[in-house]
Design a protein. Structure first.
Length: 105
């Protein structure tokens, strides 16, 4: 397998994982509240935590999908900001990175 195929497989596996997590979160969010008001308060708190995780997961999924898109277009591994190649070590740690270490926040 070429390095690119490896990267693609890794990104696709990551996307599938994130999609599954999102699905679980959506199922959790769809649950009805308890009749008991104390339990209901606890459930609302849990929901806020779940919402936060959901947003993070959605953002991660968007980055992974964008990286797959760049892979298709042949611009993968090139910094979106300065156009320089992104260091291999950085891509290894964060395959979905779209900017080099110098341009990342
Ligand atoms: Zn850069």
């Amino acid at each position: 397998m070429s390095a690119q195929a490896d990267i693609r497989a890794g990104l696709q596996a990551r996307a599938a994982q994130l999609e599954e997590r999102l699905l679980n979160i959506q199922q959790d969010q769809g649950k009805a509240y308890s009749a008991d008001s104390e339990e209901r308060a606890q459930e609302r708190e849990n929901d806020e935590v779940i919402d936060g995780i959901g947003e993070e997961t959605r953002a991660d999924l968007a980055s992974v999908r964008a990286a797959l898109q760049r892979l298709e277009e042949g611009s993968y591994g090139i910094c979106a900001e300065c156009g320089e190649p992104i260091a291999a070590e950085r891509l290894q740690a964060r395959p979905e990175a779209s900017r080099c270490i110098g341009c990342a926040d």
